[in-house]
Design a protein around this ligand. Structure first.
Ligand code: NIG
Ligand code: FE
Length: 414
């Protein structure tokens, strides 16, 4: 691939010399260069700086793009999604609007078990085709790295099918993709009164098969009242860790039952959701190396309290932002909206939100050496904005698509 030059960039955002997981007041520091240039070779960033310092040999490069008036940012790193699913659940959405409770919806065959039934009836090819469309859509919205979970199979065959789809997405797409095994998303009906029976299946049947095909990077459990207890969560994660899968967990979405302590004890890469946090939970996060991944669009869609981002940041916890794209609690993978929600509803500053959705998101997928900032050697996964007045305009003007173009590994996306 030829050398490419991007010149006259109004502002190059999140430029860094070294990697660091950001926390506390460091999250509000978003280094940038005004009137900048950027050089890309073989899909990677090789040089950047101020236009006034550009060497004359660079100006003779054939492949050159004029980014006058545009801001360039590293692509969003969406570290928590369920992008592979078989069907939307807008019927459930209508039922909820009409006042039906979660329990009533579940009794009508709704929720995760509904998605699992549909997924098991859907072919791998069909699942891939649907997921591919969603991946294309979120790429256009600026996502350049994404974590995708299984968890709508809940059978060995279904979970393997989902993870194979994720593997194919990895192979076919230029995006950096991480796969997470979430067999412990819900108990299938036939195991409602036999939790240990399902856990045994997860550990003895699913995990070895997944490990054999190298289908997952992480292990996830929905640690929640009515789903998996902290003890069950630990048992499942320990088994996953024996196969080299690091924990990344759903905790404290609806209640605080000890998932934070359990996750930190196991050195989870991230603990995600965090709508319901006690003071002790926040203190535990603050003293840990585990990232708290906030999913404000899930809180928005379910009309739940938003995550206590300010408290977490001000007390020094490391946080990331992600979309939770899934058919039940966040039927949108739009990270631009996540950015707006985090500022409007959680009082994050635009700089904090951008860092949390880029470099800290990259850390939450162990991709910090590849993505998440403008740094020499990193992949050229870049957002080119439309002509905007300042970087704060991005979260401020919610709902408007302010992205002009997206580049993945040096290639324009269309
Ligand atoms: O992250 N909370 C658990 N899992 C998903 C929602 C699953 C669903 O409703 O399909 C979430 O919100
Ligand atoms: Fe989720």
């Amino acid at each position: 691939m030829a050398t490419q030059l991007v010149r006259n960039i109004r502002q190059l955002i999140n430029v860094r010399k070294e990697n660091q997981l950001l926390r506390g007041s460091g999250l509000a520091i978003l280094p940038s260069i005004e009137d900048a240039y950027l050089v890309i070779e073989d899909g990677r960033i090789t040089e950047f700086g101020e236009m006034k310092d550009i060497s004359s040999s660079l100006l003779r490069i054939d492949h050159s793009t004029d980014a006058s008036g545009q801001f360039i940012l590293p692509c969003w790193c969406d570290s928590h999604t369920h992008l592979v699913f078989a069907a939307n659940r807008e019927n459930e959405f209508i039922d909820k609007l009409k006042g039906l409770s979660y329990a009533e919806i579940a009794a009508k065959g709704g929720g995760i078990l509904n998605s699992a039934k549909k997924l098991n009836e859907t072919s791998e090819v069909e699942l891939f085709n649907q997921a591919w469309k969603r991946l294309k859509e979120v790429t256009q919205l600026g996502t350049g790295a994404i974590e995708i979970k299984s968890g709508y199979g809940l059978t060995t065959e279904g979970e393997l099918k989902m993870l194979r789809v994720i593997k194919k997405l990895k192979e076919k797409s230029g995006l950096s993709i991480k796969a997470t095994f979430l067999g412990a998303h819900a108990y299938p009906l036939e195991y409602k009164d036999n939790h240990q029976g399902y856990i045994d299946r997860l550990i003895r049947e699913m995990l070895p098969a997944i490990a054999k095909e190298k289908l997952a990077d992480y292990i996830d459990v929905f640690c929640e009242t009515g789903f998996f207890s902290p003890e069950e969560t630990e048992m499942i994660c320990q088994a996953g860790m024996n196969y080299g899968l690091k924990p990344k967990l759903h905790v404290n979405q609806l209640s605080s039952i000890g998932g934070i302590e359990t996750g930190i004890k196991m050195k989870a890469v991230s603990l995600d959701h965090l709508e319901v946090m006690t003071d002790d939970d926040i203190k535990n996060m603050q003293n840990s190396g585990t990232i708290g991944t906030l999913l404000p669009s899930a809180a928005f869609f379910l009309r739940m309290p938003f995550q206590p981002a300010r408290k977490l940041i001000d007390q020094g916890a490391a946080i990331a932002l992600a979309s939770d794209y899934n058919p039940g609690s966040s039927p949108s993978g739009n990270m631009n909206f996540v950015l707006s929600l985090s500022c409007i509803q959680m009082r994050m500053l635009p700089e904090e939100a951008i860092n949390a959705a880029t470099i800290n998101g990259a850390y939450a997928m162990d991709l910090q050496n590849e993505l998440g900032s403008i740094m020499v050697g990193k992949k050229a996964n870049l957002i080119f904005t439309r002509q905007i007045s300042s970087i704060a305009y991005l979260p401020y003007a919610f709902g408007t698509n302010l992205i002009d173009k997206v580049m993945i590994a040096g290639e324009w996306q269309s």
